[in-house]
Ligand binder design. Structure first.
Ligand code: PHE
Length: 447
């Protein structure tokens, strides 16, 4: 039955695609603004803890389910647990992927806009009103951001259309290392700025008082899930294209480490500069877009660096958006026997429409705040990242921990012969679900 399903050319292909999915705007754009809004150091510690003790073990759980079932996020639950309600979590994943890509594509569009402005030399010199105000003007306008959002979606759809093997692997082989090198160079520069130490203290010296705020825990957990592409079924779907003879534990630890490296190094680029240039660390989603150009305007060949940086960032975003689109596409192809082409185009259009809301919420529709004070984009992000992803991960953990027996769980994850297997199982079965529930209850004010 599965003989016609696509598969990765090699384990390296899977690794590159999964890392490409994990590393993206989440590491640079989202990590820095969420860390900035949540007090820096203490947030960083909670974030790292979430990655190590919940994120990586659940990443292994998610990939294991997909590889065992060889199906999309809904189909995997259906295959392994026929006539049981687990598959409902799969729909949450499909829906979450649509929601995330809706706003992700808008932000990726901003990155493309910056790339274009560096390429044409427009941003080589500081605009009259400063980069911050120029950016606000751009994001609050109607047509331009939507145009870039559309271009980015077309690019994503085009790659998903060509199937899983080509395209992404190549982009990741060249541009992920390029992004890493650029970030390391930029970190060196940021650290040399006057006032850099204040930024380093902000990022690395925990101010424990922020821990009395329950929303910091949710933010750290949500950021860990978002950054690892965990909980929507991306890793389940990617795992489903993987043959049984490839070993999973090392791969998932590698993905987690790589992803964390990109986040921390971005912090070292951004925060010293934030303090040196007198930008507010809690400026929100605009943070990197107003900080980076200030950095580039001060370094030798900054314009060229700007071109390379935003090109790499955009491509890192593409490999993540491709993985998000693959979730609903794989689901539709199997459920409704749609062709890859039809599924990618229809889903792409739906996502484009969702993104219109996110984009206009920055300007024309900024008065509309679906959740508290949050505009449309932030509300979409909040619901998807802080609620859907952790619930998705919680269900995956429970599925492995409580629906599988221990031997099946360990075998699915290639841990049957490893001593860490026992610990992984305890985390997945008890620890992770309890922590996730506690963080939720805490945020609801129940505790
Ligand atoms: N992990 C991606 C990033 O950091 C975003 C993403 C989230 C991708 C969820 C897939 C699923 O940019």
């Amino acid at each position: 039955m599965n003989s016609t399903r696509e598969s990765w050319a090699s384990k390296l292909g899977f690794m590159l695609a999964a890392m490409g999915s994990a590393v993206g705007l989440g590491n640079i754009w989202r990590f820095s603004y969420v860390a900035g809004e949540n007090g820096g150091g203490a947030f960083l510690i909670l974030y790292l803890a979430s990655i190590v003790i919940i994120g990586i073990p659940l990443l292994l759980a998610e990939v294991s389910i997909g590889r065992k079932a060889k199906s999309d996020v809904v189909g995997s639950y259906r295959t392994l647990a026929p006539r049981k309600p687990w598959y409902l979590a799969g729909f949450l994943g499909v829906f979450g992927a649509l929601l995330i890509l809706g706003f992700y594509s808008v932000v990726a569009g901003w990155s493309m806009y910056y790339f274009w402005n560096y390429l044409t030399g427009q941003f080589f010199t500081v605009p009259e009103q400063g980069y911050g105000a120029a950016f606000e003007m751009f994001t609050s306008s109607t047509a331009q951001p939507l145009l870039w959002h559309a271009i980015f979606m077309v690019l994503t759809i085009a790659i998903v259309l060509t199937g899983i093997k080509k395209g992404i692997e190549l982009a990741n082989k060249i541009f992920m290392p390029a992004l890493a090198v650029l970030l390391i160079i930029l970190a060196g520069f940021s650290l040399s700025l006057d006032g850099a130490m204040e930024g380093m203290r902000f990022l690395f010296q925990p101010d424990w008082s922020v821990l009395s705020d329950p929303s910091v825990y949710i933010a750290a957990l949500g950021q860990a899930f978002f950054s690892l592409s965990l909980g929507v079924g991306v890793m389940m779907t990617y795992g489903s294209y993987l043959g049984d003879h490839h070993k999973l534990p090392g791969a998932t630890v590698g993905i987690g480490l790589m992803d964390t490296f990109f986040a921390v190094i971005s912090g070292v680029v951004i925060f010293p500069a934030v303090f040196a240039f007198g930008i507010e660390p809690d400026s929100g989603p605009v943070l990197v877009f107003i900080t980076l150009p200030d950095i580039f305007s001060q370094i030798p060949f900054g314009g060229i660096v700007g071109i390379l940086f935003f090109l790499s960032l955009t491509l890192a975003a593409v490999s993540s958006s491709v993985s998000l689109l693959e979730v609903p596409v794989a689901f539709l192809m199997r459920s409704f026997k749609w062709s890859r082409k039809l599924a990618a185009i229809i889903t792409g259009i739906v996502i484009f429409v969702l993104g219109i809301g996110a984009s206009l919420g920055m300007g024309a529709w900024s008065g509309f705040t679906p959740i508290g004070q949050l505009n449309i984009m932030d509300s979409m992000d909040y619901v998807a990242s802080n609620i859907f992803l952790p619930i998705g991960g919680l269900v995956m953990a429970m599925f492995i921990g409580w629906y599988f027996n221990k031997m099946d769980a360990l075998t699915a994850a290639d841990l049957q012969h490893a001593t860490v297997g026992h610990w992984w199982y305890v985390i997945v079965k008890y620890f992770a679900p309890v922590i996730i529930l506690l963080i939720f209850l805490n945020a609801l004010g129940v505790l």
